[in-house]
Design a protein around this ligand. Sequence first.
Ligand SMILES: Cc1cc2nc3c(=O)[nH]c(=O)nc-3n(C[C@H](O)[C@H](O)[C@H](O)COP(=O)(O)OP(=O)(O)OC[C@H]3O[C@@H](n4cnc5c(N)ncnc54)[C@H](O)[C@@H]3O)c2cc1C
Length: 429
Amino acid sequence: MPYQANISQVVATDVLVVGGGSAGATAAIAAARQGAKTLLVERYGFLGGISTQVLDTFYGFYTPGTQARKVIGGIPDDIVAALADQGKVIYRPNTYGAGQGITYDPQTLKIIWERLAQRAGVRLLYHSFVMDVLTAGERITGVIAATKAGLLQINAKTIIDASGDADVAAAAGVPFEFAGEQVQSLTTTFHLINVDVERAAKVSKNELHERMAEAISSGRYDLPRREGSVHINPLPGVMVTNMTRVGNIDATDPFQLTQAEIEGRRQAQEYARFLVDWVPGYEHADMGALSHQIGVRESRRIFGDYRLTKADVLAGRKFEDAIAQCGAPIEDHHSGSDTKWQYLPDGATYDIPFRALLPQKVDGLLVVGRCLSADHDAHASVRSMGQCMAMGQAAGTAAALSLETQSLPREVNISDLQTRLRDLGAVLD
Ligand SMILES: Cc1cc2nc3c(=O)[nH]c(=O)nc-3n(C[C@H](O)[C@H](O)[C@H](O)COP(=O)(O)OP(=O)(O)OC[C@H]3O[C@@H](n4cnc5c(N)ncnc54)[C@H](O)[C@@H]3O)c2cc1C
């Protein structure tokens, strides 16, 4: 390692979680609650990842279709209960789209993630970017993080890659492919404040899209995505959007990502102007907040012991090593003006197999959330935050179990893991 001499500090832990998003924060809470000495490293100064940087609605907890069935449980329920305690959550029933959503205030959620992590005993380390790994043979043994104090070496018995972009897995030599031409577009979200919510909420999706088409025809607006949504939030006078679209970006290329940030904000201002000028209820509105960063849906796709496929999703396939379920449709925000949806049979779910969290070629490593092993279409279904939390819960539990049994994560007894998950409240069947 060329920079060994520049390492300013070395620390050690049992379980190291890289990335504090829905998947990573839940993984750390699960591992720590089960007694593992757990450290979570996050590049920003707060937890939540996309759940607090970009969004305000958990999908994936319920199946879409004629009857909403709850398929996520355990720590994710604790998060929602803590939001409800503070009056900062609303349920938005939906038979279409990704099903019933759970909409929250993201600022409150930042504090809740942190509170649950600290109560569980997770040691948090913010403002630290993991840039490389340490290995011994096929086993990952630690990471190097860049911090203001210099390079920090963190040694760990088990590492959970929850970085979204699979930064750790890629650095450790796990095979992966770039999303390439199929890559899902990126979105900068924004909040509008001072909205007459009662009137704005009465505007149907179709009406919104009709007005958008008229605005585009006027030639005075540059709106690349001819659809998108605006919805209510627990905060008064606030409407939240998912409208902008920046296509064909490799989010692991910092120059491309920089351009995407700039373009996303430019579009956000344009869509806000459209809403104020054309849609009832927004006459006195202003843009109150932009997402902390542009939302990345897809980047590196790693290869694990199993790769979840489109056929698995659409057939509602079941696996013996199930660690969670998903009923969300394939939701493809390809570049272009529309979004493609493909549904499972009404009410059906497929299983997420534990093997999709086990990367090929490297031991001592688990991947969760957006990093799991799946093809483009399966990824476009399984990436909802409900499932990311469920994967985190499973990986944190597997890490704790592997420590107790002094085995590698891939050697964990599946039926013991499933029993633990059910005890935690996970919904496996
Ligand atoms: C625009 C958009 C809209 C979406 N809409 C919805 C929706 O409405 N509902 C829903 O349920 N899902 C939605 N999704 C999908 C869902 O939000 C994501 O798939 C999910 O949040 C991913 O969670 P994660 O924990 O895997 O990754 P992330 O939430 O991205 O977390 C990764 C974390 O790792 C940190 N990190 C990254 N690299 C490093 C590093 N090298 N070192 C240290 N830290 C690092 C990041 O800062 C971040 O905190 C949407 C996604 C996008 C992009």
